[in-house]
Design a protein around this ligand. Structure first.
Ligand code: AMP
Length: 114
């Protein structure tokens, strides 16, 4: 989609530190990491936000979690524990409207989140 930052990274028009790619899913390091490991996992398909996910996308969303688990292993944070975050909408702090799953690890996370 034109003017979408993450579509730009997926298409290689905008520089991204890509750590995983297949035909449906791309993962790249967050430019402002909030933890030692902070990777954004996104579908190639432009879906703006979690509330836009349709039934036809359910398998894709599951596959994204599979990629997250494998990246957590690869990055060495699987054993200690990690967090997957999806911010949906303004109140949740979503700033980029191409759905993305934050994979955060390598430190302790408090609860409740801020
Ligand atoms: P959210 O606030 O959930 O929409 O998360 C958007 C995330 O995208 C933030 O953690 C930003 O630091 C990250 N971000 C913004 N621009 C870039 C970029 N060019 N490359 C990688 N991550 C980015």
């Amino acid at each position: 989609m034109a003017d979408c930052l993450f579509c730009g990274i997926i298409e290689g028009k905008i520089k991204g530190d890509i750590v995983y790619r297949d035909d449906r899913i791309v993962a790249f390091r967050d430019v402002r990491p909030q933890a030692p490991v902070h990777i954004l996992i996104v579908p190639v398909k432009h879906v703006a936000m979690l509330s836009d996910v349709q039934k036809e996308d359910y398998e894709l969303i599951g596959a994204i979690h599979g990629v997250a688990n494998r990246l957590a292993e690869k990055e060495g944070v699987a054993k200690g524990g990690y967090r997957i975050v999806v911010n949906c909408g303004a109140n949740a702090g979503q700033t980029v409207f191409h759905i993305h799953f934050h994979l955060l690890g390598g430190r302790h996370f408090s609860w409740p989140p801020g």
